[in-house]
Design a protein around this ligand. Structure first.
Ligand SMILES: Cc1ncc(COP(=O)(O)O)c(C=O)c1O
Length: 397
């Protein structure tokens, strides 16, 4: 007789046995540099809250005010009765910030990728994706009806090869979409978007960049990767991002032409069929844009801290990979060692999670640290001395 649910337990137990299950740590209070996690006061070193905005007074105040003026929820999906003036204002402000013709806000970045990518290509088309793209892109690509090709990570020769191969297809592909992360979240390297855009232009291909980890970090006052490479909107056609990282709130978005936005909201099922953000979320996102536009010190401090930390960790003898951004991996090799390092760091008061296979190659297990502008130099020194002490204890350095 078929057992309808036994797989739930057996599959979970298999994950536990191979030490691949997520053990969720609980934050008891706001995501601040010193925070309480599982009852212990620790230094936050792995949050995506790059600029400390999730606890910024202006964002909190905007959220509280929006609850008073607009209520707790929006009451509907965007196309029916869930578009409030506050949502429209957020899109207007985001487009202005991004120097784009228009922007469209989704519930999350995942929803943006899963909802828009499948609509951009059909059966007669091809999607070309970097091999290390984020899971939400992978799922968006899987939902698409087009053909798929993958190029080696950030390898422009390989992308050129795939494009040349694509040109031989008969009948010719109607559209080609090239899609890449802007900043790769496991290694902190930046996609060569200028080169991707150049190759795309030679083949009449559309360029889609997921800038989840570049916004608030790269470019003029944190405008992101398109600004970083000073690329025009005719070169990068879809700039996708999220309010859940440096912006400190939640919500996905795409920026580009008015045509893109009109197409996007009429076709993306994740946008059409899922409730819109509570007013507090939209208001806090607007406040995050205000803060980015008026308080440039946060992005500046983020980079000063990043340079200071990377140099010190390298000088201590840690393998910090080839990151070019505030994501600094501390690569130790074997999964068990990464886990041990993370546990010992936690005991010493530093919260930084291990990243192990299958998220990275088996021999590239690491602690992924993410810099935060709200930390002080004293905090960084505290973290570095913990890394030094435990690094020596575990014979990593
Ligand atoms: C590269 C990338 N794209 C998309 C997402 C999803 O964004 P969100 O948290 O808004 O769903 C993430 C978040 O983990 C990400 O790192």
């Amino acid at each position: 007789m078929r057992d309808p649910t036994s797989f739930l337990r057996t599959e979970y137990e298999a994950l536990v046995k191979s030490e691949l299950e997520w053990r969720i740590r609980v934050l008891q209070g706001p995501s601040t540099p010193w925070c309480t996690v599982d009852g212990k006061k620790v230094l936050m070193f792995c949050s995506n809250n790059y600029l400390g905005f999730s606890n910024h007074p202006k964002l909190k105040e905007a959220a509280l005010k929006a609850v008073q003026t607009h209520g707790a929820g929006s009451g509907s999906v965007r196309p029916i009765a869930g578009t409030m003036d506050i949502h429209v204002e957020l899109e207007r402000r985001l487009a202005k910030f991004k120097h784009a013709e228009a922007s469209l806000v989704y519930q999350t970045g995942f929803a943006a990728n899963a909802g828009l990518i499948p609509q951009l290509v059909g059966k007669e088309d091809l999607i070309i994706s970097d091999e290390l793209n984020h899971g939400s892109i992978i799922d968006g690509v899987r939902l698409a009806h087009g053909e798929r090709a993958v190029y080696k990570h950030s390898d422009m020769q390989d992308l050129a090869r795939v494009l040349d191969e694509a040109e031989k297809h008969s009948p010719p592909y109607r559209r080609i979409l090239i899609i890449t992360d802007g900043v790769f979240s496991m290694d902190g390297d930046i996609a060569p978007l200028d080169k991707v855009a150049k190759l795309a232009a030679e083949h009449g291909a559309m360029v889609y960049v997921d800038d989840a980890h570049g916004e608030g970090v790269l470019g003029e006052d944190g405008r992101g990767i398109v600004s970083h490479f000073k690329l025009g909107r005719d070169k990068v056609h879809v700039e996708m991002g999220t309010f859940s990282k440096a912006f400190g709130v939640v919500g996905g978005h795409v920026s580009g032409s008015k045509d893109l936005v009109n197409f996007g909201y009429n076709k993306s099922r994740t946008w059409l069929l899922s409730g819109s953000h509570p007013p507090a979320v939209a208001a806090a996102c607007i406040a995050a844009i205000d803060v980015l536009e008026t308080e440039p010190q946060h992005v500046r401090t983020l980079w000063e801290h990043t340079k200071y930390f990377k140099k010190a960790m390298k000088d201590l003898g840690f393998n910090i990979g080839n990151s070019e951004t505030p994501i600094t991996p501390i690569i130790v090799g074997e999964s068990g060692l990464a886990k041990k390092l993370s546990t010992r760091l936690f005991e010493e008061g530093v919260f930084a999670l291990p990243i192990i296979f299958p998220m990275v190659a088996r021999d590239k297990a690491r602690i992924r640290t993410i810099m935060n502008a709200a930390l002080t130099k004293k905090d960084l020194d505290f973290a570095m001395s913990a890394f030094e002490k435990i690094g020596e204890e575990l014979h990593i350095i």
